[in-house]
Design a protein. Structure first.
Lengths: 585, 610
């Protein structure tokens, strides 16, 4: 422990404490600007100076970094200290007159106006360096620093350009005592000052503004902690202790009585139709991208803009991209017509653009859908019936210069038309999701011709698969819109519940059985069984059939070379006896 | 090859100065001409030309000293060479017209030691100046180079070395004057984590305008610094050293690199030096020229590759320096003093100088003085001796007014204190400081407000901007001083200046800021009346602050002496002068931009300034 005197008051503080800490303990107020308790002292603002009599010397020392020592006599508000403090505050006030904490200290010290010339009345930065130090010491990113010297000193990224080292953690703004650093989300990046762009994204974020569940997650790729082991600022500032850096991805095994597969769909990749120019020309976007564009939390804040930032004057919406097309998918994706109509409506609402809608047939089959189509007709959307053959930038007339030209055979007019637009939206169709085939294998589900999962019966069992207890819901079974998906999912859930409520499963009475005495363990049946009901028992050297899975199809019985597999009630002997009986009569 | 050359003997050595000053005055061309001319006369095996480091008498460069005999030739040019070679080196008749003649006597002084500039100097740090070729280690060794190092490494214990340095009373020559022995002891005692690594640093970041002693030492005798550092390393237990030298000193960097390589080749640096088992090596770190990097904590940051700005002390570098390890930082001149102390003993060294300041100090003598150059004088010598005896007085018969010591952050000492003995204490008592040893002499034509403004311009520009008082305060002081020199000063400005200066001195973070107000404080202390004249009468007594001057033409003089020569009118850029030939001229005050050209061009003294 160290004993010292602060303004005549005796205080005892821990070894290694600073004078500032001792002063606080003694109840003396020493103003600070460049000091922050979690960052190493910098002693740059010189506002915290106090007069210290120690070892026969009388000095002005900065209290934030000077260690308290035995026998020091500190005067926090001596005339000399106050004079120096006032002058430093006065000088800082000339630099950053808009800095609120500085103005408060100035008021406290009785400074009404600075005697020094003020350059910028809106300046807030007091050059305390807290942002620079937080970035270095707390975050470890070292993305910003001071550049230039003397009065030209200011905070910047290297060469004043967007810094790759910045992780957009916003610690700089958090530690800035005057609000000189403001962070703004602009086009998905953090912006400091005017043109000082920072990194692309923050390490902790909510995936999208409409995410469900609405909780933030840590992006390991961007998180400084997972790169350096440092930082953990988020855990320090979270007073609910909700941040956990140790959490790992895990694989969980859950025992379940029934399984509902709702693996969804993916959109058709428009690049597969080169004639539509997606990915080659700007301003050709897919339906999903348009959804993001018009979204209020999207990159443009919901404005429909071209790549150059201007508003389009003409927009074409092209139906059946990848659907109803022998070259890609013969089936109708069922949702594109309606969402295309919605886009046409939104475009009419948000822009003054002329809207063209290229369709083959307008499929408005649901409740209120046809009415919506009629509304659009009234709203002035120009519907062109015919499949678009090509989108090109090759202009034939001056009017087409710099536009996207949509070539289409208008089947109502019986003519090939060239329509120039600024933006083309491709109404891409639905495809089974990426790991659809793997799922099919895992769950032993058959697929129909269109590659979607095959239900047990299109009319009598539209949510069941061929395996008991495995149900299908949504677009994994076939393209459908949201109401249909919800309805099917409800049905699947009810089926699953019914099974659970029953508490038991009815088995097929007619299943196959393997006679282990005859089985040679050749495993031909294992590969053939469509229900994965047969397993080979390595230890015992023969195969065995799971009664609960076997549907009694008889494939294994027919295939077994040694006649070890037989169907209950349909053994060879029984059938032969029946045949014999017929002949006897 | 090198060995052969050193074994070869010549009857005559021509020591040509190859310091930066003389080199820029074409001393290398003179050297080539000499060699060519010697060959012409077939003397190349009898007479050799040796390039040496700076002689100090830069005013008179290029300089050639002929050995033996110590004959001093000055201000040589290529066209003097044929005559010189024929007369002196062939026929043995020294050439009087190329010798130095003091302005008072006009009598040529043939021998270097008889020249007043040299004969009052005591050479310790600059002991080998003009005597050796700095690019040949053999010549250094022949002049006792590395002798002290051998003694220190083989015969002395670290404690003994430190005791010797402490006893000698050597103090840091970088400016602050911290006792060197004590600093070494502190670093030696400092605990170092992991492996006990400690560092030695030589501070060669000489940033004062007008100071060039460090450069001169590094250029003239780099081995003395290397030797000093090895001795220091042994004393404190360091195994690695850095020489921080500014990149604006290319010649110093080059000669240092050569010296380090030669020392390594001779086994005087590196692993197991001279078989004593002591390892030590030195790296050169080149600074980018920021003045503040001469401050030790900023210098450390710069070596570490960080932003060159100071940090608060404590911890001092002796406890936590380079990469957090105990580090001993001394100035070039300090290191150069060390070998001589070890060689000749602390008692001998302590016998030179005053009670508190021992040994010698190198000063660069610049400004309004006859003998500009580098001088090494014993501590305690008076300003008068330096200015009048060594410096040869003020040119043009003008009166001495003040001397500014200690570089831009030093202070101005007025003529009343000309008998002040030079040591650390008396200088700081006078409000100035030893600094690195710059000495700017000012005559009666100097305006002290303008001088303060000039130095503030420098410190303001060199302030790193970390702490408020230095960054904002120097700028504020400069703005006030500029206002005053432009005639816009008010009495409140003077009050504010008097408020500012002590507060900056009191609260700045590092030495740069703490000393930056010194020029203002000392000029205010000794020349306050000049400030008042500027503010109240809007006049500059020395007529330096041109916006305050009023130029008039004495019509009588103009006509009677110059017959209206019209030169002033023709040279006036703002058409402010009326008149024609054979008529008296006059100045329109409303048009005059006070550039002073008319005053400068008038050959008859008809243009008056007030």
């Amino acid at each position: 422990m160290v004993n010292l005197t602060i303004d005549g008051k005796q205080v005892e503080v821990d070894e290694g404490s600073t004078i500032l800490q001792a002063a606080k303990k003694a109840g003396a107020r020493v103003p600070t600007l460049c000091f922050h308790p979690v960052i190493e002292p910098y002693a740059a603002c010189r506002v915290c100076v106090v007069e210290v009599a120690f070892r026969g010397k009388n000095d002005l020392l900065t209290s934030c970094n000077t260690k308290a020592e035995e026998g020091m006599d500190v005067r926090t508000a001596s005339e000399r200290a106050l004079r120096a403090r006032r002058l430093n505050v006065e000088m800082l006030l000339a630099r950053a007159p808009a800095a609120e904490p500085l103005r408060e200290i100035a008021k406290e010290l009785g400074i009404e106006k600075t005697r020094f010339p003020v350059k910028d009345p809106d300046e807030k930065c007091i050059l305390c360096g807290l942002c620079v130090r937080a970035c270095e010491q707390i975050v470890g990113a070292c993305a910003i620093s001071f550049i230039e010297r003397g009065t030209d000193r200011h905070v910047s990224t290297p060469f004043g350009e967007e810094s790759e080292a910045c992780i957009g953690c916003t610690a700089c703004a958090h530690f800035c005592p005057t609000g000189a650093i403001t962070v703004e989300d602009k086009y998905g990046r953090k912006v400091i000052h005017d043109e000082m762009y920072l990194g692309p994204t923050t390490a902790i974020r909510v995936p999208t503004r409409q995410a469900v569940p609405m909780v933030p997650f840590i992006d390991k790729e961007a998180c400084i902690h997972f790169k350096t082991g440092e930082c953990k600022v988020c855990a320090k500032v979270c007073d609910r202790d909700a941040v956990n850096h140790e959490m790992e991805d895990t694989i969980q095994e859950i025992e379940a009585g029934s399984i509902i597969i709702a693996s969804g769909f993916k959109t058709f990749d428009a690049r597969r139709i080169p004639a539509y120019g997606y990915g080659r020309f700007p301003n050709i976007i897919t339906a999903m991208e348009f959804e993001r564009l018009v979204n209020a939390s999207g990159p443009t804040g919901g404005k429909v803009l071209l790549a150059n930032g201007e508003e389009p004057k003409a927009v074409g919406i092209i139906h059946c991209v990848g659907s109803r097309d022998e070259n890609y998918h013969a089936y109708c994706s069922r949702v594109c017509c309606m969402y295309s109509l919605k886009f046409a409506h939104l475009l009419g609402e948000k822009t003054k653009a002329t809207i063209y809608d290229f369709y083959i047939d307008m499929r408005c089959f649901g409740k209120g859908y046809e009415e919506f189509y009629h509304r659009l007709l009234k709203e002035g959307t120009k519907f062109v019936r015919g499949r678009v053959s090509e989108i090109t930038t090759l202009a034939l007339t001056e009017k087409e210069e710099g536009k996207l030209i949509i070539r289409v055979e208008d089947t109502l007019l019986g003519a090939v038309r060239r329509i120039a637009v600024d933006m083309a939206i491709l109404a891409v169709g639905m495809e089974p999701s990426i790991d659809h085939n793997r799922l099919a294998k895992t769950f032993n589900i058959s697929c129909s011709q269109d590659t979607f999962f095959l239900e047990r019966h299109p009319k009598l069992a539209p949510v069941s698969s061929f395996s008991d207890g495995i149900f299908l819901a949504g677009t994994c079974q076939g393209p459908k819109d949201i109401p249909d998906t919800v309805a099917q999912a409800g049905a699947a859930a009810a089926e699953a519940l019914a099974l659970a409520d029953l508490g038991k499963v009815e088995l097929e009475p007619i299943t196959a059985v393997i006679d282990d005495k005859l089985c040679s363990g050749c495993q031909i049946c294992v590969g053939l069984c469509p229900f994965t009901a047969i397993t080979y028992k390595k230890d015992e050297g023969h195969s065995e059939i799971n009664d609960a899975l076997c549907k009694g199809c008889g494939t294994c019985v027919a295939a077994c070379p040694s006649g070890a597999s037989y169907q209950k009630h349909f053994r060879d002997e029984q059938i032969f006896a029946e045949i014999e009986g017929i002949f006897l009569i | 090859m090198a060995e052969k050359e050193t074994q070869k003997t010549y009857r005559m050595h021509l020591m040509i100065c190859a310091g930066t000053g003389c080199v820029s005055n074409h001393s290398y061309e003179v050297k080539e001409a000499l060699e060519k001319e010697l060959r012409k006369h077939g003397l190349e095996n009898e007479v050799v030309v040796v390039p040496t480091g700076c002689n100090g008498f830069c005013e008179r460069g290029p300089i050639l000293v002929v050995q033996p005999g110590n004959i001093f030739y000055q201000q040589l040019s290529v066209k003097d060479v044929p005559h010189l070679v024929e007369e002196h080196f062939l026929k043995g008749r020294p050439v009087a017209k190329l010798m130095y003649s003091p302005p008072e006597t006009k009598q040529p002084v043939p021998v270097l030691n008889d020249i007043p500039f040299f004969n009052k100097q005591v050479l310790i740090a600059l002991r080998n100046r003009g005597l050796i070729d700095p690019e040949k280690i053999e010549e250094s060794i022949a002049h006792d180079g590395y002798k002290a190092m051998v003694k220190a490494l083989s015969e002395m214990k670290p404690e003994k070395i430190i005791a010797e340095i402490t006893l000698s009373g050597l103090r840091g020559r970088g400016g602050a004057g911290f006792p060197t022995g004590l600093k070494w002891q502190l670093v030696r005692n400092a605990m170092s984590t992991n492996g006990g690594q400690k560092y030695i640093v030589c501070n060669g970041d000489e940033g004062d305008p007008g100071a060039f002693m460090d450069r001169s030492i590094l250029e003239a005798d780099p081995h003395s610094v290397i030797e000093g550092m090895v001795i220091g390393a042994k004393a404190i237990g360091a195994t690695a050293g850095f020489i921080y030298v500014r990149n604006e000193y290319p010649l110093a960097v080059e000669r240092l690199s050569i010296a380090l390589k030669q020392a390594r080749d001779y086994g005087l640096l590196g692993q197991d030096i001279l078989g004593t088992g002591f390892d030590f090596d030195i790296q050169i770190k080149r600074g980018a020229g920021a003045f503040v990097c001469g401050e030790e904590t900023a210098l450390i940051a710069s070596i570490e590759g960080r932003l060159g700005e100071p940090r608060p002390r404590p911890p001092y570098p002796a406890q936590s320096g380079l990469w957090g390890k105990p580090t001993c930082i001394n100035n070039v001149e300090t290191w150069a003093n060390v070998p001589t102390i070890i060689n000749r003993g602390a008692k001998w060294y302590a016998g030179i100088g005053t009670k508190t300041s021992k040994g010698t100090k190198v000063f660069s003598l610049v400004g309004k003085i006859n003998n500009t150059g580098l001088v090494e004088v014993p501590m305690g010598i008076t300003l008068r001796e330096i200015i009048y005896d060594i410096g040869g007085g003020i040119p043009g018969g003008k009166a001495f007014k003040a001397v500014q010591t200690g570089g831009p952050s030093g202070g101005c000492i007025p003529k009343e204190k000309i008998d002040l003995p030079i040591d650390y204490e008396s200088l700081s008592e006078a409000g100035s400081m030893m600094g690195s040893g710059g000495m700017v002499i000012m005559d009666e034509d100097t305006c002290m407000v303008d001088v303060a403004r000039y130095f503030l311009t420098f410190t303001q520009d060199e302030s790193c901007g970390k702490c408020t008082p230095c960054r904002e305060g120097t700028k504020a002081m400069l703005e006030i001083l500029t206002k005053i020199t432009e005639g816009k000063g008010t009495p409140e400005d003077l009050t504010l200046l008097e408020d500012l200066a002590p507060a900056i001195k009191d609260t700045a973070l590092c030495g740069l800021g703490k000393t930056a107000p010194n020029p203002v404080l000392t000029t205010l202390r000794y020349f306050r009346n000049e400030y008042e004249t500027h503010i109240q009468n809007k006049k500059c007594p020395a007529h330096v602050c041109r916006p305050l001057n009023v130029y008039t033409i004495d019509p009588g003089l103009c006509l009677s002496q110059g017959h209206g020569c019209d030169v002033c009118r023709r040279n006036c850029s703002s058409e402010a002068i009326a008149g024609q030939k054979n008529e008296a001229h006059a100045i329109f005050q409303d048009k005059c931009i006070k550039c002073g050209v008319c005053y400068d061009v008038c050959a008859f003294g008809a243009v008056k300034v007030d």
